[in-house]
Design a protein around this ligand. Structure first.
Ligand code: GLC
Length: 736
């Protein structure tokens, strides 16, 4: 038996055999005669195990004992719980104290980031994403993958928006469910994060977030509710920030009243790393595991026994300040999750790593994530008309996998846009690459680089500009920049002098496509009206370059739709128009309330650069024969969609609800259903999109004796069906 019984130190099958033997000998109280079932056949008895544990053993399971593990109980064959980041790929191997392990075979599949997955609006792909991530997590010997990140995208400045999914609570839940089920069907737990309202990186460990109850219930909570109730998430990660004055990891309201009490959640709640600040408040609430590393950032061996939920808890129980039953409840939930992912039964899926199937899924998601924002017909580029192609922009040749903070991935490979174009076009097309800008802190427009780019553009039949943002200058945390953890963006502007470069390139060649790699919107006002075609490419994972090349040259017909509004300028964002960035204060007040994203733009009649749900295709779709019928469960929306163009394509049909008359102010429309359909040219499909009653409800806060709650206020409702929140094709009405 190794010095400490770590999960990773034994290959999975060996460990399980060892487990079975140890468990057999301990829980069965000694040797077995041949008639009695072995442990493999006898379900692990959680209650009996808890009853057999010492206080020290139980407390040891409720806090970190290394950077990514919480304690096990060797005597009882209970392994450590081994965790790994991150939301779009299994992070590189660490030593037990957070250093990079240098000798590991840990280069893996780098999937497109959260916003890219959400832009597919494809729930099946959500499952496929999770299946790949779960298989790779299992293969790497981990029990928990620390994702999905589902914080609502409220402010374009948030550094971690790329890791999350959307501004809309309904889309948030739909895309999380598939992801979670896909992962957990591989015998691996997810960790839905960060609960709750960690919507900025600014002073994330210390800010207090305030919002009214309707906003909390209608915008920020639904994704988590769906994730645990429908997705079955086995762990939830409590956020760093305070919520209404309490640290999230110590909040009885969030963890006991809402998560456990209202949602009936029985899984593990772990803290974000070093998100616990006090022993008694954290021990008393249903926080089960205090995670963390060495706060001094020396990354040496911290004294985990000094953690808030470690020795201090033992002392408090001994002194009678804390009832041991509280610890038992935590351990029971931990063991129950361990049992759910087959840690005691020996029948755990072995997982798989870096398979062609995984890479094919990464490619499919990248293909379906690309959003064609603008196109006057320049796209798709015709291969026979492009003999000289200029590829301009340093991002065309940049790899992103290793940046961004804890969500970083050591990718087995990453196809850049330039590489993807070279692979697709081969020798038939002369490709000239010009970086056009420097990627360096505070870099501004570089006249020499711009001159070279302009020259390349002027000599080409077509130009593909690939720019946007970056995760950081290197993959070191203190080099994080723009789309990254621990910091927010300074503004929405393109950095490194890209606006000047883009304008010069457009002047040199009108046949220029602008492709942007970023986690969300940038300010395009300097050139958007002069540009014939614009593509939002996100961070498309290891296959991103192949997907972009295929789409630009028409091998793939784009079907992505924006999962968040792209404001024309930062001041138009509700987090800045109706609220303010928390400069020099530790308070984030959601004074915009319900009016997040399109709910604001549509209700306050502000024109976005590109609307929530927007995304063009190389073909066209017609909508007809809408029927909106009240049925027992709610409302049934039926319509016919036809591909009226000359090539196959997929359309995301979106269903928004408007409450024609409500006692309380409501957003003018809210997404409550969608369906993605692939159609051959000329083909039609009848879609049936069910809306249950909750699609028409709003949350009425308690007032005096009235304890409030969800309400379907009888009256007339409009059902709006469209290709985006601003491209409504059909309207119906229903009386409820
Ligand atoms: C980080 C992040 C969290 C991550 C954890 C472990 O600070 O907030 O998302 O999973 O710590 O790296």
């Amino acid at each position: 038996m190794p010095a400490h019984f770590t999960h990773a130190s034994l290959r999975r099958p060996d460990r399980l055999r060892l487990l079975a033997l140890v468990t057999l000998l301990t829980t069965a109280g000694g040797c077995q005669n041949s008639q009695e079932p072995t442990t493999e056949n006898r379900p692990f008895d959680v209650d009996a195990t808890v009853a057999s544990m010492t206080l020290e053993e139980k407390v040891g399971m409720t806090h970190a004992n290394s950077a990514f593990t919480s304690g096990g109980v060797e005597r009882l064959g209970i392994p450590e719980l081994v965790m790994s980041d991150g939301p779009h790929g299994v992070r590189h191997e660490h030593t037990r104290y957070y250093d990079k392990a240098t000798d590991a075979e840990d280069a893996g599949t780098y999937l497109p980031v959260g916003t890219a997955l959400a832009a597919t609006w494809n729930e099946e792909l959500g499952y496929a994403f999770g299946e790949v991530l779960g298989r790779e997590t299992a293969y790497r010997g981990k029990d928990v993958i620390l994702g999905p990140g589902i914080n609502i995208i409220r402010d374009p400045l948030n550094g971690r928006n790329f890791e999350y999914m959307t501004e809309d609570p309904f889309l948030n839940g739909r895309m999380a469910v598939g992801y979670i089920k896909g992962v957990q069907d591989q015998g691996v737990a997810t960790s839905v994060k960060h609960f709750i309202a960690n919507s900025l990186e600014y002073e994330r460990r210390f800010v207090n977030v305030e919002m009214d109850e309707r906003t909390f219930r209608e915008i920020y909570l639904p994704g988590f509710k769906t994730a645990v109730q429908e997705g079955g998430a086995l762990t939830v990660m409590a956020a760093y920030n305070k919520f209404r004055g309490d640290w999230s990891a110590e909040s009885a309201f969030l963890l006991d009243d809402v998560l456990r009490g209202e949602f009936g959640y029985e899984g593990i709640v772990m803290s974000d790393w070093n998100a616990v600040h006090r022993t008694l408040p954290a021990a008393r609430v249903s926080l089960d595991i205090e995670m963390g590393t060495d706060l001094s950032q020396e990354w040496n061996e911290p004294d985990y026994d000094a953690y808030f939920l470690a020795d201090p808890v033992i002392a408090m129980v001994r002194d009678g300040a804390l009832d041991e039953s509280i610890i038992d409840a935590k351990v029971r939930r931990i063991l129950t999750v361990m049992k759910r992912i087959h840690m005691f039964s020996g029948d755990r899926p072995a997982g798989a790593y870096n398979t062609p199937e995984h890479q094919a899924v990464a490619r499919r998601i990248a293909d379906e994530s690309l959003v064609l924002l603008k196109n006057d017909g320049l796209l798709p580029l015709a291969r026979d008309a492009v003999k000289r192609l200029a590829v301009i922009g340093a991002n065309a040749n940049r790899k992103h996998a290793g940046g961004g903070g804890s969500s970083q991935v050591k990718a087995l490979y990453e196809v850049t846009a330039l590489e993807g174009l070279r692979r697709l076009l081969g020798d038939g097309v002369e490709i000239t690459f010009a970086p056009g800008y420097d990627i360096a802190p505070d870099a501004t427009a570089n006249e020499d680089l711009i001159a070279s780019a302009v020259e390349a553009a002027g000599a080409a039949d077509a130009v593909i500009y690939v720019g946007g943002l970056i995760h950081g200058y290197t993959d070191a945390w203190d080099d994080n920049a723009y789309d990254a953890e621990v910091l927010d963006k300074p503004d929405m502007m393109l950095p490194f002098g890209q606006d000047a470069l883009i304008k010069a390139v457009l002047a040199a060649n009108a046949n220029t496509v602008i492709a942007l790699q970023s986690g969300g919107p940038v300010d395009m006002r300097a050139w958007v009206s002069d540009t014939r075609a614009i593509v939002q490419a996100w961070y498309g994972g290891m296959e991103g370059g192949n997907a972009l090349a295929a789409m630009l040259f028409g091998e793939v017909n784009p079907s992505g739709k924006l999962p968040m509004t792209f404001p024309a300028r930062l001041a138009d964002s509700p987090a800045h128009a109706l609220a303010s960035y928390p400069d020099e204060q530790l308070l984030i007040e959601h004074t915009e309330g319900l009016f997040v994203g399109y709910r604001y733009f549509d209700s306050y009649d502000v024109e976005p650069a590109f609307a929530f749900g927007h995304g063009l295709s190389y073909t066209q779709f017609a909508y007809a024969d809408l029927s909106v019928e009240s049925v027992d469960e709610g409302v049934e929306v039926r319509l016919t969609v036809t591909n009226t163009g000359d090539r196959a394509g997929a359309e995301v049909v979106q269903v928004y609800v408007h409450d024609n008359e409500s006692s309380l102010k409501r957003p003018v429309q809210e997404l409550k259903g969608f369906d993605k359909v692939e159609l051959e040219p000329g083909a039609s499909a009848e879609l049936v999109i069910p809306l249950d009653k909750t699609a028409f409800e709003y949350y009425r806060p308690a007032k005096g004796p009235d304890e409030g709650g969800w309400l379907l206020e009888p009256g007339l409702f409009s059902v709006l069906v469209g290709s985006s929140s601003r491209d409504i094709r059909l309207r119906g009405e229903v009386e409820l």
